[in-house]
Design a protein around this ligand. Structure first.
Ligand code: B12
Ligand code: SF4
Length: 286
């Protein structure tokens, strides 16, 4: 199947309420890259359009999509980008009447029912989506029913009734996931904010999910749906660092975690005695 993932445009001005025109501050959306990697390994044709790093007009976007001829257009959204995701989907719906419109990401995961109430949305994938999306794409390809696919909510075609399937259990061991392929991105378009790195090329890694503290009441990481805290193994992390150094000659890595860490190093908890290993990225791993 031809599957395209879209993140709505969301500039630094909107993110931080600043009037400064800053072109940096964007990092590849690795959640999407993981889903795309899993789908590609299963034989699907996948594209990611991370709109914050492009200056496409709506016309450009439509042309790109038309030449890709998508069976599924999948929108990724967090709460601040939901309105834009809906607007974009509304603009595209008329041009792609036979394409399935899927919504996923943090906000649709928290509010799948509300998201589906919007007429433009066909299906919501809630929670971690690597395996859910793979199963969903397989079912859509073969025209199979969606009932029973864990982690999926959808509108029934005839009645328009919203159906919520069971949630999918979390991925207990995140080391089983493939390395998120960076081939889906124009890597040179990405860099953190200017005061957050020293040398280019710089990129990001996500070495865990959830938060080990999970107690701050204002935070998603501490809410009813808080993700269970899981870490990547040292071996798996080093494997990904090697890939980034060898294939993309990166000089710095920003480790993105909910847990407070800094750039260029990360902490791994080693034992119940609360010991930590500090890993500092060497100049060369070769
Ligand atoms: C790393 C991170 C960042 C990095 C992003 C790096 C990157 N591009 O990947 C940086 C520092 C750049 C960042 C920026 C921002 N972030 Co942030 N970030 C996170 C953090 C800590 C981890 C995200 C992550 O990588 N998770 C691991 C990956 C594998 O999961 P994922 O991305 O969610 O993707 C999975 C699923 O959600 C799903 N999925 C995702 N998209 C889609 C799409 C479809 C179609 C489908 C089917 C499934 C699907 O499948 C993926 C694989 O399982 C989260 C906390 C969290 N627990 O999510 C906050 C979090 C997402 N960020 C948040 C916010 C607010 C922001 C900013 C708006 C902050 C700001 N003012 O600038 C910006 C927005 C940038 C943007 N355009 O998205 C909030 C969102 C709150 C909300 N209600 O929406 C969170 C939850 C933090 C918090 N605790 O409140 N962030
Ligand atoms: S991510 Fe930060 S704010 Fe959220 S629960 Fe963890 S420590 Fe608290």
């Amino acid at each position: 199947m031809n599957i395209v993932f879209i993140t709505p445009p969301y500039g630094i001005e909107e993110r931080y309420g600043t009037k400064m025109r800053i072109k940096k501050g964007f990092l590849p959306p690795l959640g999407l890259a993981l889903i795309a990697t899993v789908l590609k390994e299963a034989g699907h044709n996948v594209k990611i359009l991370d709109l914050p790093v492009y200056d496409y007009t709506l016309g450009d976007l439509k042309n790109i999509l038309k030449s890709f001829n998508p069976d599924i257009i999948a929108f990724s959204a967090i709460t601040p980008t939901m309105t834009k995701a809906f607007q974009l989907a509304e603009h595209l719906r008329g041009e792609f009447p036979d394409t399935t419109f899927v919504f996923g990401g943090l906000h649709p995961s928290l509010f799948p029912h509300d998201t589906l109430k919007h007429p433009v949305v066909d299906i919501v994938v809630f929670g971690e989506a690597e395996y859910t999306f793979l199963e969903l794409a397989g079912a859509l390809e073969k025209g199979k029913p969606l009932a029973g696919i864990k982690g999926v909510a959808y509108k029934e075609r005839k009645s328009n009734k919203i159906v919520m399937n069971q949630p999918r259990p979390i991925i207990k061991d995140i080391n089983e996931l493939p390395i998120a392929s960076r081939e889906f991105f124009d890597m040179e378009r990405y860099a953190p904010l200017p005061n957050q790195y020293k040398a280019l090329p710089v990129t990001n890694m996500v070495t865990g999910r959830g938060c080990p503290y999970g107690k701050c009441t204002f935070c998603f990481e501490a809410g009813d749906l808080k993700p269970v805290w899981r870490r990547m193994s040292v071996d798996r992390a080093v494997e990904e660092i090697r890939y980034l150094v060898d294939d993309y000659t990166v000089k710095e890595i920003s480790f993105s975690l909910a847990k407070p860490t800094g750039r260029k190093y990360f902490l791994i908890k080693t034992s119940k005695r609360q010991r930590y290993i500090l890993i500092i990225l060497p100049k060369s791993l070769g």
